[in-house]
Design a protein around this ligand. Structure first.
Ligand SMILES: [Zn+2]
Length: 67
């Protein structure tokens, strides 16, 4: 038994806040925690923060890079 090697990872790394969270949603291959999801929904499109989120999400929602 390799209990020492077993990393008890709680949750997944959120692409927005980059913290490990248990609750959240999966968007494509990425994970967004429920806190960021709520924040994103509550953020007005005129808010500069919204642009920040969009930039983060752009990396996820772009399925492939056109060359
Ligand atoms: Zn988050």
């Amino acid at each position: 038994m390799s209990t020492l090697l077993t990393e008890k990872k709680l949750g997944e790394r959120c692409v927005i806040c980059e913290e490990s969270k248990v609750k959240g949603i999966h968007l494509y291959t990425s994970f967004i925690c429920s806190d960021c999801e709520k924040d994103l929904i509550a953020t007005d499109t005129d808010d500069p923060k919204y642009k920040f989120y969009l930039n983060k999400l752009k990396k996820i929602t772009t399925p492939e890079i056109l060359s």
